[in-house]
Design a protein around this ligand. Structure first.
Ligand code: LIP
Length: 264
């Protein structure tokens, strides 16, 4: 068995178990545990409990790997592989009871920094609708047993998704970017979970996605899904505090990149 297959099987198994815990806690009622960068940037007890479960399962299975998660301290490992984890991506949706949230688990090799790491495997699991997206490097992207492919033709314009940060002072600039991007769009979606936006690009449910200021755990797994589904993923303004991530099929990616480079 290749390392990529071993890692994606483990990611899928842990994502499912973690997703079931998140779904159960949601049904029981969610408690706000704390706020982070702003009042809008929340963490719930479930976020912390789910990350603890994921961390424990991965440590039991692969004790020499590193861990980089949204809610706990990073840990380097000896194996050269690091797990990049968002226990509940779409936390605000989750807290409000909107079913658009996901467990995102990726395994990367090398320095665990975007642009330096080599993504080997990823799983994005949406427990509320029981959809598990997976990808292993070189093995394609999958929704269950259905192989995924990005779109390439957008005769009516591109169906795009984006998101906004928790810092209200960034909203004017992001909305100005949206205004520019609408010149190539048929419509825009703002679903609130980057990992699912990226999974939907991989599945052809969206023609493209762009967002500034994502954290590594928001996109580590979803970016691999898009690449393995034949799409392109790039980051610009990487020296800024809020790099821009772009993901789409080749034609829409080129159009997005041309427009977004002008606005950066
Ligand atoms: C969220 C992202 C979303 C973005 C939100 C937030 P979280 O991650 O998935 O795309 O627009 O601002 O960053 O905080 O739910 O893990």
């Amino acid at each position: 068995m290749s390392i990529e297959t071993e890692l994606v099987d483990l990611a899928a198994q842990v994502a499912r178990e973690a997703g079931e815990l998140a779904r159960t806690r949601r049904a029981e009622g969610v408690r706000l545990a704390a706020t982070k960068s702003s009042l809008a940037d929340i963490v719930t007890d479930a976020d912390r409990e789910v990350e603890a479960l994921i961390r424990a399962r991965l440590r039991d299975a692969r004790p020499d790997d590193g861990f980089l998660g949204e809610e706990t301290e990073p840990e380097s490992g000896e194996s050269g592989i690091t797990w990049v984890v968002d226990p509940i991506d779409g936390t605000v949706n989750y807290a409000y009871g909107i079913p658009s949230y996901a467990v995102s688990i990726a395994a990367v090799r090398g320095v665990p920094l975007p642009g330096e790491w080599e993504a080997l495997a990823g799983a994005v699991y949406a427990p509320a609708i029981d959809e598990l997206f997976t990808a292993a490097r070189g093995g394609g992207a999958w929704l269950g047993d259905r192989r995924l492919s990005v779109t390439d033709e957008v005769p009516a314009g591109a169906l795009l998704a984006t998101g906004f940060g928790y810092d209200p002072s960034t909203h004017d600039g992001d909305l100005a970017t949206v205004r520019t991007i609408m010149s190539i769009a048929r419509d825009l979606r703002r679903a609130g979970a980057a990992s699912l936006d990226l999974a939907y690009v991989a599945a052809g449910r969206l023609d493209g996605y762009f967002e500034r200021g994502l954290k590594p755990w928001d996109f580590a797994a979803g970016a691999l899904l898009v690449a393995e589904a034949g799409g392109e993923v790039s980051r610009i303004d990487t020296e800024s505090l809020r790099p821009m991530l772009i993901a789409a099929g080749t034609e829409v990616h080129a159009r997005l990149l041309a427009l977004l480079e002008k606005t950066s």
